[in-house]
Design a protein around this ligand. Sequence first.
Ligand code: FPP
Length: 247
Amino acid sequence: MIEDKRIDLNKLPKHVTIIMDGNGRWAKNKGEHRIFGHQSGVKSVRECTEAAAELGIKYLTLYAFSTENWMRPKEEVDALMELLVETILDETPTLNKNNIRLQAIGNLKSLPKKCIAQLQQAIDETRKNNGLTLVLALSYSAKWEIIEAVKKIAADVKENKLNIEQINEQIFDDALSTQNIPHPELLIRTSGEQRISNFLLWQIAYTELYFTETLWPDFNRQAFFDAIVDYQNRERRFGKISEQLTS
Ligand code: FPP
């Protein structure tokens, strides 16, 4: 049951993506260690995933660990990897119960073996679900993804599978790790920072951006609904003028 009557269920985005930010500051404000902030952020992951699934949104992509995050202190990186493994293990039955399919994008090979194994198991166990697809971006950066796509396309040209003239937006889309996932209509970033931080650069060409001061561990079901309502009140013109949209 969706309690927020402001939401128009006929005007939902198909794909929402979130840059989850502010765990460290949230913990610091409470005089706690940064890792406590990440642990507390799991509740927000759960609430947003449930809210998206209940609304009938088809894709939710979460920026959980960027390529740049490897440069954080080892203790924090290890704790984040451990938290990922634990959360994926704990949440897989709930994902299945709610018909949610898990996918992952990023340089997954660079993750610790235990993390890859747990992730792969959860992806396999939820493969047949056809409600929400929850995509975790792990060891992900958009520049890395774009370079990988260019390499794939160049290899196809070299092997005469593709002519240079045939390269178009569709070919490029298909070479990205988000192949088969529609581009997001809405990107949310928490914690007051207003930047994209190397996330889905190609895919967000026409995405609506929503920035909120709320720190990630405080971003709850209602905050997610507020972002959807804000999105629904925007006019998406894709370069056209208002009058062309109504005619
Ligand atoms: C950004 O906050 C958050 C992260 C780098 C990690 C996000 C991870 C989780 C919420 C936990 C597990 C997630 C899943 C999907 C199971 P920050 O540390 O950059 O905060 P700060 O900017 O305040 O320092």
